[in-house]
Design a protein around this ligand. Sequence first.
Ligand SMILES: NC(=O)c1ccc[n+]([C@@H]2O[C@H](COP(=O)([O-])OP(=O)(O)OC[C@H]3O[C@@H](n4cnc5c(N)ncnc54)[C@H](O)[C@@H]3O)[C@@H](O)[C@H]2O)c1
Length: 259
Amino acid sequence: MQKLFGELAIVTGASGGIGSAIAEHFAAHGACVVMTDLDATASEEKIAEIRPTGADVSFQKHDVTSEESWCELMARVGREKGRIGIVVNCAGTFGNGGQPFDSITYSEWRRVIATNLDSAFLGTRAAVLAMKEHKRGSIINIASTASYIGTRAGAAYGASKGGIRALTVQAAISCANHGYGIRVNSISPGYTWTPAMESKMIVEFGSVESGKKVAASRNPLGVVSVPEDVAHAAVFLSSQEARMVTAFDFVIDGGMLHS
Ligand SMILES: NC(=O)c1ccc[n+]([C@@H]2O[C@H](COP(=O)([O-])OP(=O)(O)OC[C@H]3O[C@@H](n4cnc5c(N)ncnc54)[C@H](O)[C@@H]3O)[C@@H](O)[C@H]2O)c1
């Protein structure tokens, strides 16, 4: 069953592991998908894979940290494709994790907060502005389990993702109270095996095999999470099945936070 038939979705960070899986699953569920990123290469490869299925997928270069870039993107997509019903703010950076708290520089802090949190504010606001006149829409912000617990990802990353969860709740309740008909939710993945995560784990643990063993051992289910696990949740949250779900953080971590 196509859960997103007729919807128009924007997915940022779509050249990355999780964004690309979300875009692919949205397309498989009948949505028209605009994939955005600073880097076109991986998105263009994914589009070449998806298009033969008949899905309407395209790429827009877009800097999520720039207010101007958001204005241009929303205006262009609205003009060329129609009513925007779904926005997923997935673009992000892990920052230089692993260093002691007192060696985080202010410029590193600013870079991570700008890429992860400022972008989620700009993206959520742009989406609300585009959706409110139609009185419907779903916004999903990708947070992280690093917003709940101390991890090697470090303070800048954890704080940016905690800010995303708080921003999501505030935006969700404001939209509900004002009768906008827009739902705003977040997803907090735990360790998820994307190309970005793979590179980090190889540096830390020497090989893909050792990295995967460590990733699996970090959650009670003992399973390595993959981008598709996050994509399934994004499809659900964007669909009518989740019409009563807003201000929710969907944790996908194999039970890690409760162990
Ligand atoms: N992989 C994990 O274990 C994990 C866990 C929890 C949360 N997350 C979050 O999920 C999201 C995706 O993670 P991923 O593992 O797929 O990472 P990734 O590095 O593969 O993808 C991130 C994408 O964001 C893009 N991007 C970065 N800065 C940008 C900017 N200024 N404008 C536009 N695009 C920009 C990058 O080019 C990249 O394609 C991130 O927000 C990350 O923090 C990942």
